[in-house]
Design a protein around this ligand. Sequence first.
Ligand code: SF4
Ligand code: SF4
Length: 705
Amino acid sequence: MTLTEPVDRTRASSAPVLEVHDLTVTFPTPDGDVRAVRGVDLTLRRGEVLGIVGESGSGKSVTSLAVLGLLPATAKVTGSITLDGEELIGRGDKAMSAIRGKRIAMVFQDPLSAFTPVYTVGQQIAETVLIHRGGTKKQARERAIELLGLVGIPEPERRVDSFPHEFSGGMRQRAMIAMAIANDPDVILADEPTTALDVTIQAQVISVLRTAQRETGAALLFVSHDLGVIAGFADRIAVMYAGRVVETATADDLFAHPRMPYTVGLIGALPRLDQRSDQPLVPIPGTPPSLLSLAPGCPFAARCPLVTAECRVDEPALEQAPAVEAGHRAACLHADQLVGEGTDPEDVYDLPPAPTSELASVPRASRDRVLHVDGLVKTFPLTKGSVFKRRVGSVWAVDGVDLDVREGETLGLVGESGSGKSTTLHEIMDLRVPEAGTIELLGTALDRKLDGSTVKRLRGAVSMVFQDPMASLDPRQPVSDIIAEPLLAIGRPRDEVSRRVPELMRLVGLEPAAATRYPHEFSGGQRQRISIARALAADPKLIVLDEPVSALDVSIQAGVLNLLAELKATLDLSYLFVSHDLSVIRHVADRVTVMYLGRTVETGPVDEVFEHPLHPYTQALLSAVPVPDPVKERAREHIVLPGDPPTPTVKQTGCRFRSRCPLYAMLPEAQRSRCEDEVPTMLPHGRDGADHTAACHFAREKQLV
Ligand code: SF4
Ligand code: SF4
C-alpha cells in the first residue's frame, strides 16, 4: 500500500494485528529478580490507537521494548507476542531487525538517537526505504521527500539534504515519524514521543502522528505517562501499575467510569487546564511498590483508600468491571464500590482541606510589592573563532520582560524553550544591575551595586527550588546539613539551626528522624520536599520555583503541589512559579505572565487569561494543551502553530510572533504592516476592569478551554 491509497477501515478494524498474551519480563539483578512486566495482555487492531499509560516503573516502556525485541539479552521473557498471528518471542535479532522498521515502526522520545549525525535526514529515510522495499536510489529519495512533506517539514525538497542537527527538536521528531511510516508499517509504536517537547510542538507532533496513522492505516501503540495526552488521542487505554494492566477500556468509558481506585486517583491527581483551582489535587499516598519484592495480594493495596484484608491475599485478576460497557476490565476486588459511591476522586480519596490565607481578603492593590520587573533586557555576545573570539552579534535572550508579584500571591511564568524564562530568573537571582530595564525586589531597586548587608538580607528573603532535586542537592551531605546550609550562610547561630531543621522537615511532611539520611535514600517526591524545606529555611518572602514538579510522576506531583499551596497560605509566601505545563499553572497561580521570544506578551489573573485569552500566542498555547476528558478534548478547537520560534540572534522588528501568528496571516495587507513595523506594547484589551493586558495590535478574546 502506498501513502495515498485509502485505507479500508471496515476490513482493517476487525482483525487484531498485534496480540500480547501473558507477557512477563524479568531482569535478574544482584539483589534478586526484578519482575518488570507480570502477565500483560494487549490486543491492537488495524487503524486503532491503543494508549498505554503508567507512571515510572509501571512496566509500560519494558512492554513496548519487548514488542520490538529490543530488551537486553539478560532479560527473561515469557508469554506470547504475535504480529498477524506470527510469534515474535524467541526470534533472533536478525529476524526481528527485518520486522522492526518495516512492519513495526518506532517513534521514541529522543529523535536524535534515531538519526546518525553524519548522514542527511533524507539519506537515512531513503536507506530505510531501500532496505525494506528495494527500488532505485532516486525512487527512495523521492519517497523521502514525499514523507517529509507529509509530516509537515517545510520545503521538503531542500530540507531532505539537511543533517539532523540542522533540524529543531520538533522537526526531528516529525522526521522520525516520516522514517517510521516509510514502509507502511502494520504497527507504529510511539514511546513517550512528545515528552521532551514544548506544548505547541507536542500538538504538531500529535497531529502528524494522527495523519501518519490515517495515511498508513497502521495500528498505533502510544505509550505515555500523560493521561491528558492519551485522552483525546487513544481509542482504547490500558492503565499499567506495578508491571500489570490494572484497567483497560475505551477512552470515553475509562474517563467517565473508572473502576480501579488507582485510575480514579490518577484522574484526580491531574491539574486541569479547564477547571478553576480552589480545591487541592488528589494525592495518592505512598509510592509504587518495589518490583524486587512484591507483597502478596493487590500491588496497589498500600496506597488504596478502599483496601480491605481480602485485598492482601491474592492479586485480583483483570476482569469485566461492573456497570460499564463490555470489554471494560479492571483488576480490583471492590470495583463495585465505585459504582455505588461514584467515581469522583474526591469521594474516593481523602482530600486535605483547602488552605486559606488571611491575605486572601486583602485587595491586591493594597498588598506589598514583592517583585517588580519592568522592561528587562539581557543580551549575550554571539562570538566566532576558537582562539581569538570576535563578537559577531548578540543573542537577545530577554528583550522586554515585565513581572509583578504581590505579597501572598503566585505568579505563573509560562513560555516555551527559548522564551527567556530561565534568563529572567537568573537576572532576578543575581541581584545585579540589569543591562536595561528595572528590577525591584522587596522594595530594594537593583539599580546600583548592593552593599553586603542588603545582599545578605535579600539572599535570605528570596530562595529558589529547581526542577531536578537530585542535581540541586549535594549527594554527599546528609539532609540535616542540606537544610541547615542557607541558615548558616546568613549567620544564624548553631543552636537555632539545630532547632529549626526538624521543624522544617515536619513542615514539608518529612520525618525529622530521616535528617541523617542522604538524598539518594529518598524518593523523587521526598527529595523535592527536602528542596522546599531548604528553600524555607531562612524565612523567605519570595520563592522562585523553576519547574519544581516537572520531573515527578503525576500522583507524587499532586502531593507536592498541595504542599506548596498549604505553605503559601500558612506562611504568606509569594511564589514566582515557572512551568511549561499550563495545567499546573492554572492550578497553582493567582496570576500568569506569558512570554514569547524574550518578551512578555500577556499578563493577568489566571482565570481571566485562561478563560478569555487575548494574545494569539496564548490562545495557541492553551489550545495545544490536552484536557484529560476525551469527549471535551475532541470537541475543542486546536490551533496548531506552524514552525518554530525564530532565532533570538536576530533583533526582530515589529511583532516577534508574526512568523507564526495565525491572526496575522488572516489580516488584510494594510493591517499587517502594523504588525511588521510597530512593536506591540502591553495594553488592556480585556473585559472592563479585568486587569488583563496583552501585547498585540489586534488582540481579541477567544475561548479555548
Ligand atoms: S483490590 Fe483492593 S487494594 Fe486493590 S485496588 Fe481494589 S480495593 Fe484497592
Ligand atoms: S501584533 Fe500582529 S503579528 Fe503580533 S500577535 Fe498581534 S496580530 Fe499577531
